[in-house]
Design a protein around this ligand. Sequence first.
Ligand SMILES: [Zn+2]
Ligand SMILES: [Zn+2]
Length: 432
Amino acid sequence: MSLTKVTETVASSINAKKAKLTLCILSSAVLLSACGEHAQTDNTAAASQEQTAKNTLINTDDFNIKAMVKLPQTVECTLENGLQTQCAQVVLKYQPDNIKVGPFCPETLDDVGGIWDWDGTDAGLYRLDKAFLTMLNEQGFTFYDEDGNVHIVDNATIRPTVDHACINVSVDKSVEITALLPLHPVMSEQSTALGTVSKVGIALAGVPIFSDAPSVQRTGHLPALDTCAGHIDPGGWYHYHGTASDIDSVYKHEHVKANCNNLAQKPSALFGYGFDGYPIYGSQEVDGTTPAELDSCNGHTGPTGENGIVTYHYHASNTFPNLPKCLKGVVAQNNLTTTAQAGVGAKPPEGTKITRHEPPGGGGPKAAGPDGGGMSPPGFAQAAKKLGVSEKALNQAMQDAGGPNADLAVVAKALNVPLEQLKAALPEKPKR
Ligand SMILES: [Zn+2]
Ligand SMILES: [Zn+2]
């Protein structure tokens, strides 16, 4: 069946049989074409499936059907701690049919692009415009030529020939993304920090969510985000780097002239689910109040959704990136794979002619860093020398412990060096 056909079938079945669809979604390994019949003929099985539906936090019905290659399914999965359980499996397109992405890079100094979270001097969230790009110019980053044309490079297919380019990756419409979300979330003994481009979760819009995009300080290039905090992965698919359904609150708070144009803004709405299966809400509770007693991951336990189900859940903050700072629960093994040629989770089908590559400084499909990463931040080589460890080991330990905001105690332990010595050796973080 063609993709378009699946979408049409899916869309019409959603409209016609919304109630039955829940049952279909939850029954494992039922083919789409057989789904309607199954729901009509097997009421006993349906009833028990409905029971399962009520006992899980994730209602796959809430996901944007226009982003789906096929209907979500319940599948057996193994969590990182070895526990065998059930996951919702969602298979997504390179980007949802009903979402308009971009603009990312401005073409000239007179144009306005998306946004960027600058971490150099005068750090902060900026609109990609003349004022920002000329500020970077004064700091030694030249992103445009004498005529005011911005250096724009699709660095998944072309190597940049300039030191500083704004990155605008082309899409690969053939990509399918498969994600696993635990249906019965399990709290982890220790929360997992989210560093550069760590996998955060899946938005209801049908878009993967990642933490901080790679820093310009590290790669020299600017992987521009659109005003919904999304951009294209080197693999050719769209993803968010913020809680897009409540990003306008951040713009208001940080005095940035921008609005998200591809997702409705609602601070109390459910944005998506973390890869640990816990829900991610905007900056308000479902009743519009401000969340209280949030933990270090920006989450807490309390009532959620229309039915007031009490569960652990995350909230967006009003600073960028407005995402959970860590994940409290255990994620599934292989929780995100793509058929893409490069980027996060890339597992291209055998025989694929590879025309895309990891961007400069990228570490290949298996590395943690997808849209950049792999290169050490300035001062790391020196710090590694002082500590008597390899630069690679230091970089890896920092990445594993949460990237630029890594828990240094964890890093010290991983490298087997005293914490104080580590702190003294590391370069100072840029002021915000
Ligand atoms: Zn990214
Ligand atoms: Zn809450």
